[in-house]
Design a protein around this ligand. Sequence first.
Ligand SMILES: Cc1ncc(COP(=O)(O)O)c(C=O)c1O
Length: 449
Amino acid sequence: MREAVVVSESSHVIPLELDRRYPVVVRGEGVWVEDAAGRRYLDAMSGGSMAATLGHGRRDIVAAAEGQAAQLSYVHNERLTNPARERLAAELVEIAPAGMTRVRFTTGGAESNEMAIQLARSYHVERGESRRWQVISPAQAYHGPTMETLALTGRPGLQRPFGPYLPQHRHIPPSTWRFDPSGGAALDALDRVLDEVGPQNVSAYFCEPISAAALPAYSPPARFWEGLGERRERHGFLICFDEVVTGIGRAGHWFAAEKLPLVPDIIATAKGLGAGYAAIGAVLCRDHVYQAFASGSRKFVPGHTWDGAPVTCAVGLRVLEALREERLIERVREKGPRLREELAAALAGIPMVREVRGHGFLLGVEYVDPRDGDSFLPPELGVARRIDLTAMEKGLIVLSTMPTRDGFSGDQTLFAPPFTTSDAELSHMVERFADTVRAVARTVESELN
Ligand SMILES: Cc1ncc(COP(=O)(O)O)c(C=O)c1O
């Protein structure tokens, strides 16, 4: 049986949405994927999740994995190490912001974030400050589906029904154009939370430097980052960046942290490191964090079975090499602003489109109620879902997010193509996307009037 789409009734898989039809994708080449019926889709989301940064079907990466697997596919990381793991750690330190000296491998984004939290907490414990456990983070974020990473967001819609399992972390509102364009209100909120929990109990401030799905391509204003840095100095907590999406080139730099007015203490990354060819993530820390262990217990927490495995690290090494050889991060940096302009021009005049944001190849489109050009769209219209389904019908993969119950964001779309997408393919994606948004906007307007 070669079905082109699968619905829950015909599948043994538990999908995200039981009422959705899922295309069965059987092959991929470059920025195209093809389903079992031979329908082709332009992949403006790098595999759907921003991971496949180098496109599909790269024989060089497959060959790197194959070569490593033939020589040594697996050894565990706790009592043995391997050359690919050692080399990849050294290369990551080289491309990371200055002062980052150590790496711990993981097998994905949520695991990297969990590891970052454990690293921050252990740093304080090693220094005799075991009271520090609380983590403060922006409410409108996504850090993964594990219990701790769910607790790091302030999104009740995501946390439900796991509330009883989640630590009570504290959140501040995002400083978007709607709530706090200057970043001042977010700093006031941070001060209030610090006061309430006691700054001596705070382990870390945890955030995405540039948001992905939760607030596509949004980054707080410089004033917020500067204020955050001052508060770190004053209160002694660490700053952890979730660069699961932005790390390894997505925003036009190895790490998004490079362009911000502060250096984080810990960076968690994942997706682009394996580029969709291997499940690999990494956590990097500044030397003072490592030195807390080096001059303390000289021990750290156990990892997972596949952390730092030879095959996944060999893929990571080839990914970094390909990014350098093909100057792909430079391409993302140079082409990104033009892509944003192209997208904004194609969507101009659609009253439902309020803002087109972008950093490199991470772009976001925010929709509003066309009747006032300002409010969120009524959630019952399901605009985000309609955008994704209409795009799929037009042979385009994008990812839109639904309004959340906390009131910090409405419907929006993420547009994150592979770095290898040619100019003509980018224009083609923009064209299909503009067609999609126009079609959805027409039905929405007629329903609202
Ligand atoms: C910003 C961000 N952090 C963390 C994660 C979780 O990564 P993973 O799905 O690899 O656990 C994601 C996944 O989309 C993400 O976008």
